[in-house]
Design a protein around this ligand. Structure first.
Ligand SMILES: [Cu+2]
Length: 799
């Protein structure tokens, strides 16, 4: 059985190498013999690093962040010895390289983890050229600094330039990455408050966006969101401003941009230098003039610039406008680039609310049989029709060429365009097949458009949105597959839950699903339908895929594709490998939240992986995160402790005053879907007022539900048959001020207990109204009125 599998794999590899020579896919020659050797030693160490003025415990490669540039020639055999001098295990993934499965570097899936104190040798026959990068694929280590660049020179030089410069962009935090994720899991608003991107009620009212706000709340969302995490620094080659005065005027420099950020998209902007974008994700494209573009996480772009008589500046602004980093080339007078201004979040919310769409698709669908991918696609997201014909897709959202879109562009000049409403009508626009005139026109228009956009003073939401597609990328030659190759269509909705920070595909996190099996010799076509409010850079290991765009058969090849919020992107790749390959969102915190899958050729597992169960990798996406909060007040105190993974949650709540009244409840909760939990617990409370003498202890079962408009409802019944209902809600009303309200009602119908003086019913309401002012990630000051304990104030601590 095993042998036949191996034979069929070998046969398949042989066949594919004979029948299809695909651009960018080049795994057919894995022979090591006869290649020039190029060897590197990389040592990973934990070290305190100050980057961009921010000191943090970093993980360095050969002492630096980013690690060294690894240079190869096409045709080399790369030998890379990675030594782990850290106290945790690690791994290195070679992002964008077509390589033997065993060296892909995803620990427990394809490659053994590198234990502390050991060295692992990666052996990669290099069959491609261009700009690539490497990074740790263990947990969140990439955020700590484990990343570096790879430059591979082609056998024959195809591009005209004088010098090379690698530019690695990254984001840098002094928090422990696992703490960052824990903070996201507990739904702490702190990062948004700190960045100034939180939208308080006062602002939505002032800017007449209350209707839009209600629509978001109805779909259980707080508002539009661009980036989740606060970063104290953004870096170019490890610096806030990276300066290269050595470049001379008139020199043509090939800038090799790599976005090695853990969770930051950048708006790239060039202050001059006639930037020509020549390559994307390592593969040359039809050169295109581009002085502004959105740079997705884990992508690479090569841009050739001509140094002016002075300093050419290029800025990378975090997509949410919360910071930037820049590169300066040459010396003399500065040609400044634009720091893109903050997007207007309230305006974004208004525009999104206007669209005909339902937001808030579940990250955990519950019933998978009923809630199929098709069901999700239909129910959530934008109501737009899609044509897939011969692997070519047309989306309304694309700036396809027709009279309508020309009109749109005209309107855009006056900054009056309503992109979204126009989108709906554009169903009958021109088909994908390109006549020569249209493509010429398109080129012309694109050119004009980029200039126009650049000149637009207001870079508003609609204008930004036009940058979200890849139509500017055109392959140098046809990338289509032979027509007789069978196509396997897969639909993957990108789904997520901001509240609990669970991310998934088709409403199923990685920990709750199997590998997706694919067959050698077929084309896998994936419709990525994003029904979340965030961008997701989806990365496929070990393959290039076509990103279907308006260039039809010359759609570009990429290894990482950005899927914008509420939009669809179709990708397809030829199945010419063996083994298992990871496919995941490259926002590290989304990957760790469950937004990943494994594509499997279903070939026998490498024997060297016997000791390394893949379950270990899967479990990493279903960690338990624990947190707590305490209200320390002059009237009463409360303590909350929580420990939760995707499905399970253990909780403790204690309430006590200064007169010997106390109540403690512990419970176990099971999530049935995103919003519904069932739970069982034990509650004990003092039963004599102002005394610890007697306690009444009950067991209870209940249901908790997070409702539309964002209320927490908790209904339970204890073993003395006393029902209880609780309701609470928190609201950001001013930039740092939260309003909170809690209501609880307990009833006793005397079904079990003896009630006082022949009453048939006894009820006890308890409620609280409070305000808190957020000081830092861990502290707020609070004041409240509680009907049982009266007025009081003090501190709220989060830990
Ligand atoms: Cu994502």
């Amino acid at each position: 059985m095993k042998i036949t599998n191996i034979i069929s794999t070998i046969l398949l590899l042989f066949l594919t190498s004979v029948t299809v020579a695909q651009v960018g896919t080049n795994g057919d020659n894995r022979k090591e013999e006869g290649r020039p050797l190029k060897e590197y030693n990389l040592t990973l160490e934990q070290k305190k690093m100050t980057l961009g003025g921010v000191t943090a415990n970093g993980m360095t490669i050969n002492g630096s962040i980013p690690g060294p540039t690894l240079e190869f020639n096409e045709g080399d055999l790369a030998l890379i010895n990675v030594t782990n001098k850290m106290d945790v295990e690690t791994s290195v993934h070679w992002h964008g390289l077509i390589l033997p499965n065993f060296y892909d570097g995803v620990p427990y899936l394809t490659t053994p983890p590198i234990e502390p104190g050991t060295t692992f040798q990666y052996r990669i026959p290099i069959n491609q050229s261009g700009t690539y990068w490497y990074h740790s694929h263990t947990m969140l280590q990439e955020q700590n600094g484990v990343y570096g660049s790879i430059v591979i020179q082609p056998k024959e030089k195809t591009l005209d330039y004088d010098k090379d410069l690698v530019v690695v962009l990254s984001d840098w935090t002094n928090e422990k990455p696992m703490n960052v994720l824990r903070n996201l899991k507990r739904s702490n608003e702190w990062y948004q408050v700190k960045k100034g991107t939180a939208v308080p009620l006062s602002r939505t009212i002032k800017e007449a966006a209350l209707g839009a706000q209600f629509k978001f709340w109805r779909d259980r969302m707080e508002g539009a969101d661009i980036a989740d995490i606060y970063y104290p620094a953004f870096l170019s080659n490890g610096k806030r401003v990276a300066e290269y005065p050595e470049f001379k005027a008139e020199e043509k420099v090939r800038l090799r941009f790599i976005n090695a950020s853990a969770s930051t998209y950048y708006w790239m902007d060039f202050g001059g230098g006639n930037p020509m974008l020549v390559s994307s994700d390592g593969i040359d494209v039809q050169p295109v003039s581009k002085s502004r573009f959105l740079f997705g996480i884990a992508e690479t772009y090569d841009v050739i610039v001509t140094i002016p008589e002075g300093i050419l500046e290029i800025t990378a602004t975090a997509q949410d406008g919360s910071g930037n980093t820049s590169i300066r080339l040459g010396s003399g007078k500065l040609y400044p680039a634009t720091v893109i201004d903050r997007p207007d979040k309230v305006e974004m919310m208004k525009q999104m609310a206007k669209m005909d769409m339902k937001m808030g698709a579940p990250a955990m669908v519950g019933n998978q049989k009923k809630k199929t991918p098709e069901f999700l696609m239909q129910k959530y997201g934008m109501k737009m029709k899609m044509d897939i014909k011969d692997g070519q897709m047309k989306m309304n959202d694309n700036m396809s060429m027709d009279e309508d879109s020309m009109k749109m562009q005209m309107d855009m000049k006056e900054n009056k365009m309503n992109f979204n409403s126009t989108m709906e009508i554009k169903k009958d626009s021109m088909p994908m097949s390109q006549t020569e005139t249209s493509s010429k026109m398109k080129g012309h228009m694109n050119h004009d458009m980029s200039k126009m956009q650049k000149d637009t003073a207001v870079f508003d939401y609609s204008t930004r949105k036009t940058y979200f597609n890849y139509d500017f990328l055109k392959a140098k030659e046809s990338t289509t597959y032979k027509a007789d190759i069978p196509v396997n269509d897969i639909m993957l909705n990108l789904t997520g839950n901001m509240q609990r920070y669970v991310w998934s595909l088709n409403g199923v996190p990685l920990s709750e699903t199997d590998k997706i099996k694919i067959k050698g010799g077929e084309v896998t076509r994936i419709t990525l339908n994003n029904i979340t409010m965030m961008h997701h850079p989806m990365h496929l290991h070990g393959h290039y895929f076509r990103v279907i765009n308006e260039n039809g058969e010359r759609s570009p090849l990429k290894h990482t594709v950005n899927v914008p919020p509420m939009q669809k992107v179709v990708i397809e790749f030829y199945n010419e490998e063996y083994g298992d390959w990871f496919f995941h969102c490259h926002v590290l915190y989304h990957m760790m939240g469950g937004m990943a899958r494994v594509f499997s050729y279903d070939t026998p597992r490498d024997e060297r992986m016997a000791e390394f169960p893949v379950q270990k990798l899967i479990d990493e996406t279903d960690h338990y995160y624990s947190w707590g909060a305490a209200r320390i007040g002059s009237n009463f105190n409360e303590l909350f402790l929580m420990s939760s993974n995707i499905r399970n949650e253990f909780g403790l709540r204690a309430e006590f005053d200064y007169n010997q009244n106390a109540e403690i409840e512990v419970n176990y909760n099971r999530y049935l879907n995103d919003w519904l939990r069932v739970y069982a617990g034990v509650n004990t409370e003092t039963s004599t007022p102002d005394s610890y003498d007697t306690f009444n202890t009950v067991g209870l079962v209940g249901v908790k539900y997070f409702t539309p408009y964002r209320f927490n409802v908790d209904v339970s019944m204890d073993h003395q048959l006393r029902p209880r209902i609780r309701l609470d809600r928190e609201l950001l009303i001013f930039p740092r001020i939260f309003l909170e309200g809690e209501y609880e009602y307990r009833a006793d119908f005397g079904w079990v207990n003896e009630l006082d003086s022949n009453k048939s019913y006894q009820g006890e309401p308890q409620w609280l109204v409070g305000l808190s002012y957020i000081l830092s990630r861990n502290f707020s000051i609070q004041g409240n009125y509680n009907n049982k304990y009266g007025w009081g104030g003090g501190l709220l601590a989060r830990f």
